[in-house]
Design a protein around this ligand. Structure first.
Ligand code: PLP
Length: 300
C-alpha cells in the first residue's frame, strides 16, 4: 500500500463510505460502482481551517446543483450530510486540510444508460491534513502557469469526477516546472485553470474573470471573492481575457479551495513585475475575512 500513497501511509485516517466510518486503508466501493466504471459521479473539495469547513453552504449548494444536472438524488437530507462532513473532519482530528466528498449514482450492472430504477447513490468522504506551508508558500510567493488548449467536454459547470483533460494539463504544467495550466478556448481566451479559476487585474485596474456559463466551474472561492470585492468596492468585471491580455495585465492570480495564489509568470514570461501584486494581496486578505466571518456566523 505504501507505494500508492507516495510512501506515506494514511495511518489513523478515517473514511466515510455509505453510512460507515472506516479505517482509510480498508475503505472501498463496489467494483460495479458507476462512479468507478463510468465516471458517473460528482464531487466537492472543501477547505478545513482551524477544524472548520470553509464555505460549507456554498459547497453544498454547488453539490446539489451538480447532482440535479445529472439526475442523482442527494443520498441524505442536506443537514445530515453537513453533519457527516463535520463528523468526518472531527474523527480525523484535522485542523487544517481538505475534505473530499464524492457522490456516485451507485452500484448497477455495467451499462451506459442511467438505470430506470435508480440505485442508491454512494457517498464517500475523506479528509487529509495539509502540512503548514504546503499551500502557504505558494500563496505568499506566487506560482507560474503554462497555457494549454481546453480539451474538456462542454458542461464544465458540473463538478464531475471525469478529470482526465484536467489532470493531463496539470501534469504538463508540473513537467514544465509550473504549478497550474490555464486552459484556452478556440478563440484564444482563457477559460480557467485545470483546478482553479483564473483572474487578472487588467490595465484599468479591474479584477477580471470569465463570466459563469457552461464553459467554467462556478468556483466557490470565485463567488466569495465577488462578495468580498463588492463590499470593499473593488472594481470587478466578468469578461473573458486572452493570454496576451493576461501577459499585459498588472497582476494575475488563481482561486480555489486551496486559496488564492498570485500568478507571477505565464508560459515562461513575467506578469507585471514578476512579483505578487497589491490587488492580489488585498483580495487574499478580503477572502480570509469574508470566509472567516461566514464560518463564525454559521457556527461551522
Ligand atoms: N475550476 C476547476 C476546473 C476546478 O476543478 C476548481 C476546483 O476544484 C475550481 C475552478 C475552483 O473552485 P473552488 O473555488 O470551488 O475550489
Amino acid at each position: 500500500m505504501s507505494k500508492g500513497w507516495n510512501g506515506r501511509k494514511p495511518a489513523g485516517r478515517i473514511a466515510y463510505v455509505d453510512g460507515r466510518y472506516m479505517p482509510h486503508g480498508s475503505a472501498g466501493v463496489h467494483i460495479e460502482d458507476r462512479g468507478l466504471q463510468l465516471g458517473d459521479a460528482v464531487y466537492e473539495v472543501c477547505g478545513v481551517s482551524d477544524g472548520r469547513l470553509m464555505d460549507e453552504a456554498e459547497h453544498l449548494d454547488r453539490l446539489e446543483r451538480s447532482l440535479r444536472a445529472i439526475e442523482i438524488a442527494l443520498p441524505m437530507p442536506r443537514p445530515a450530510l453537513a453533519l457527516v462532513m463535520r463528523e468526518t473532519v472531527r474523527r480525523n482530528g484535522v485542523r487544517n486540510g481538505l475534505l473530499y466528498l464524492q457522490i456516485s449514482r451507485g452500484v448497477a450492472r455495467r451499462d451506459h444508460p442511467i438505470p430506470k430504477v435508480s440505485p442508491r447513490p454512494s457517498l464517500v468522504l475523506t479528509v487529509r491534513s495539509v502540512p503548514a506551508g504546503e499551500f502557504e508558500k505558494r500563496r505568499q510567493d506566487g506560482v507560474t502557469v503554462i497555457t494549454r488548449p481546453d480539451e474538456r467536454w462542454a458542461r464544465r459547470d458540473i463538478k464531475t469526477v471525469q478529470l482526465l483533460p484536467n489532470l493531463l494539463a496539470k501534469t504538463a504544467a508540473r513537467r514544465a516546472g509550473a504549478y497550474e495550466a490555464w486552459l484556452v478556448d478556440d478563440a484564444g481566451l482563457v477559460t480557467e485553470g485545470s483546478s482553479t479559476n483564473a483572474w487578472i487585474v487588467d490595465a484599468e485596474g479591474n479584477l477580471r474573470t470569465r463570466p459563469l456559463g457552461n464553459d467554467i466551474l462556478p468556483g466557490v472561492t470565485r463567488r466569495v471573492i465577488f462578495e468580498a470585492a463588492e463590499v470593499a468596492q473593488l472594481p470587478i468585471v466578468q469578461l473573458p481575457f486572452s493570454v496576451a491580455e493576461a501577459l499585459n495585465a498588472r497582476e494575475a492570480f488563481i482561486s480555489s479551495a486551496t486559496g488564492i495564489m498570485p500568478v507571477t509568470g505565464i508560459d515562461g514570461r513575467r506578469v507585471g513585475d514578476g512579483k505578487p501584486g497589491p490587488v492580489t494581496r488585498r483580495v487574499q486578505e478580503l477572502y480570509g475575512l469574508t470566509s472567516a466571518g461566514r464560518a463564525a456566523k454559521s457556527g461551522t
